[in-house]
Design a binder for this molecule. Structure first.
Ligand code: ZN
Length: 346
């Protein structure tokens, strides 16, 4: 009985072992099926993704059997690619708006060129413009444009009175200036002329203050007599008078005849001829000239033509930007909500 009991026990154990073997085997088979299905799906997704990159745009919103090139506006109709822009790129570029409520995002490192060594020296020892201190800096490409403007002015008028008074300012130097003006004039009066630290355009290295030094006297530049030339030609070098007299309500800054800002040639040309300040110009682009709608065409007086459009970013500054193939272009963040694409078309 004991044996019988033992025998029954053994055969039950064998049966159980056989059952476990069957379960393990079928589990392995199921695992193989699941894994190969997952592998096949991922392989298909990957090839779809490769197709996406080659095709370079999301065509899902377009009607079927339509070549996207036929429906894309302006230069994009001739072929385009998509590039991702992210985060801090929104805070960089010639068209960033820096003002009260739109603070500058300081980079870890900013590349600057000093005006002292960056100015052209003529054979007779003359300079196209003077500087108030050797401690003046701008972005190098902006300094070159300033040199071009001042040299043409000097050649046109023979005047050497132009003096650059202030250019790039760090957070600390703006804070010093602001605190000084608040102490001297009170907060309300100071705010009309001097931006709070981090809200000044001088942080960008794209702006400078011009004045006139003549016969031992330093005065603010005015749009009169020979200096009118500067106001009528600055846009040809990509500069705008940033705080005009009739726009103080929009800029929030009192009239500053001396403060010039670099925005790039086509934009300066358009803002100058249409009488728009940067706030108004960006508003116009983001309202009327989105990438998938009509684009702004600018024919500059130097014979070059440009096409401009706007791409809205998400809350983190990210955007998928559609860019033309076969054309020279640049992309600038606006520091507030999107990107401006500038395409040189001829
Ligand atoms: Zn200024």
């Amino acid at each position: 009985m004991n044996y019988g009991h033992m025998g029954g026990y053994r055969s039950r154990r064998r049966k159980r072992q056989k059952m476990i073997k069957t379960i393990v085997l079928s589990l392995i088979v199921v695992a193989i099926i699941v894994l190969s299905t997952v592998f096949l799906i991922s392989l298909r997704n990957r090839s779809e993704r490769v197709e996406d990159t080659v095709q370079t745009t999301d065509t899902s919103s377009l009607p079927p059997d339509t070549d996207p090139a036929d429906t894309a506006p302006g230069v994009l109709g001739e072929g385009f690619i998509t590039k991702s822009f992210a985060g801090e790129e929104l805070n960089r570029g010639d068209l960033i708006l820096v003002r009260a409520g739109a603070p500058y995002v300081f980079p870890d490192d900013i590349e600057l060129k000093d005006l002292y060594t960056g100015r052209k020296k003529y054979d007779n020892g003359a300079r196209a413009y003077q500087i108030s201190t050797t401690d003046l800096y701008l972005e190098e490409s902006v300094l070159e444009k300033l040199n071009g403007l001042a040299e043409e002015f000097y050649e046109a008028t023979g005047e050497r009175g132009l003096l650059v008074k202030s250019a790039y300012r760090s957070y600390e130097s703006q804070k010093e200036l602001y605190d000084y003006r608040v102490e001297r004039d009170g907060e309300e009066e100071a705010a009309k002329y001097v931006a709070k630290p981090s809200e000044s355009e001088h942080h960008t290295a794209l702006a400078f203050d011009m004045s006139v030094y003549k016969d031992g006297v330093n005065t603010y530049i005015q749009d009169e007599e020979e200096y009118l030339w500067i106001y009528e030609n600055a846009h040809k070098y990509g500069f705008v008078l940033r705080y005009p007299e009739e726009k103080t309500e929009i800029t929030g800054i009192a009239y500053e005849a001396w403060h010039f800002r670099y925005v790039g040639v086509p934009h300066a040309y358009y803002m100058y001829t249409e009488g728009l300040v940067l706030e108004e110009y960006l508003e116009l682009l983001m309202t009327n000239y989105l990438y998938n709608e009509s684009h702004l065409k600018i024919d500059c007086d130097d014979g070059n033509s440009y096409e401009i459009y706007y791409v809205t970013a998400d809350d983190y500054g990210n955007a998928e930007i559609i860019l033309p193939t076969g054309f020279e272009y640049s992309v600038s963040g606006d520091n507030i909500g999107g990107y401006v694409v500038t395409v040189k078309i001829s």
